[in-house]
Design a protein around this ligand. Structure first.
Ligand code: PHE
Length: 366
């Protein structure tokens, strides 16, 4: 074996014994660096005779190349292994189980509001909103309740000291009906909206809280009549209570902003101490329960809202959302809705994953 073969064999053996990138680098410097032993061999070529150089040069070059290639290959392999190891160590375990109990629940009022939006969206209604701190004009005057109107007294209104821009004082809206006026003024006609939200009245017992929720319905179009109102309410209540035997009774009533006005009762029976909606209130074991106020929008309201009442008519209704929730899901004290007691929420709340859809039945399983 020639000297050069000997040097190459030794270099490769030491490379084979290297265990780290640092070992490989140290070896590269020792052999191929400026002061390296193979580099020194290359330098000897300069002092050789041309004949000798012709013979030795290719062999020394071949040695240098073989050692350099082996060093590079070993370095690549070590780097690849290090990367493999890092990737393995940093793996995310996506099979970890979810927390045993999902935390939090959807409040029954939110649940019912979602159900209402879903049902009415299917009938072509969009959702409109208005401010809870309202101007006297929108809450009363534009709804055909001028300053001296006796109906104002029925609302137990919370007033602010601040004067309202259009006269009277600012107030907490006592119903969602001002959204009728705001929407007609903003969007004109035709219209199909529901307006859900908080309303306020100075009143408190098991079935009344100073803040509660209503949903307003408003349809404005040509040739709208009471039949459209009745069909819409029936269709809505059948979808909401998820039963076909909903029977409504329309009773003449009075609201300043509708003419004629109708109070709508729904038939129910008491089962296991709970009111269950369904059947005629005149059937044996059944009775009528007052559910909501409605009527044909008063011409004066249409005028106040900037539309021509000879061209546009409509119907409107207002219903208590909390009441609907109590009837559907069986709570009997409204005050508990707003106590923020987590035990109550755990019992009556809904899963956030249970989105109401018409195809799945809008009701949720508590
Ligand atoms: N705003 C009325 C109330 O709060 C309900 C209602 C709405 C009646 C729309 C008729 C039309 O009692």
């Amino acid at each position: 074996m020639s000297d050069l073969d000997q040097i190459q064999a030794e270099a490769l053996a030491r490379l084979g014994a290297a265990t780290s990138l640092a070992d490989v680098e140290a070896l590269r410097i020792e052999l191929l660096g400026k002061q390296g032993s193979i580099s020194a061999l290359l330098k000897t070529l300069g002092k050789m005779s041309p004949e000798e150089r012709q013979e030795k040069a290719p062999k020394i070059q071949a040695l240098r190349e073989a050692v350099a290639d082996a060093l590079a290959a070993r370095k690549d392999a070590m780097e690849a292994a290090a990367l493999e190891q890092r990737l393995a160590a940093e793996t995310l375990d996506l099979s970890l189980p979810a927390p045993a109990t999902p935390q939090g629940s959807v409040h029954p009022v939110s649940q019912v509001l979602d159900e209402l939006a879903e049902i009415f969206a299917d009938l072509g209604f969009s959702v409109a909103t208005g401010p809870e701190i309202e101007d006297d004009w929108y809450n009363f005057t534009a709804l055909n309740m001028p300053e001296s109107h006796p109906a104002r007294a029925m609302h137990d209104t919370f007033y602010f000291p601040d004067e309202a821009p259009r006269g009277g004082r600012m107030l907490l809206r006592t119903h969602t009906s001002p959204v009728q006026v705001r929407t007609m003024l903003a969007d004109g006609a035709p219209l199909r909206i529901i307006a859900p939200g908080r309303v306020y009245r100075s009143d408190s017992d098991a079935t009344h809280t100073p803040m509660f929720h209503q949903v307003e319905g408003l349809v404005i179009d040509r040739d709208i009549h009471l039949g459209h109102l009745k069909w819409t309410l029936e269709t809505f209540l059948k979808a909401f209570f998820e039963r076909d035997d909903i029977v409504l009774r329309l009773r003449p009533s009075y609201f300043p902003f509708t003419e004629p006005s109708v109070e709508v009762d729904v038939g129910y029976a008491v089962e296991k101490g709970r009111r269950v909606v369904g059947g005629s209130g005149d059937a044996p074991g059944h009775a009528w329960m007052e559910l909501l106020g409605s009527g044909m929008v008063n011409r004066k309201v249409i005028e106040f809202s900037g539309l021509d009442p000879d061209e546009w008519q409509g119907f409107a209704f207002g219903v208590g959302v909390d009441r609907l929730a109590m009837l559907k899901y069986g709570m009997d004290d409204l005050r508990a809705f707003f106590d923020g007691d987590v035990r109550w929420l755990r019992h009556f709340g809904f899963s956030a994953f249970d989105q109401p859809t018409l195809s799945g039945g809008v009701g949720a399983r508590a």
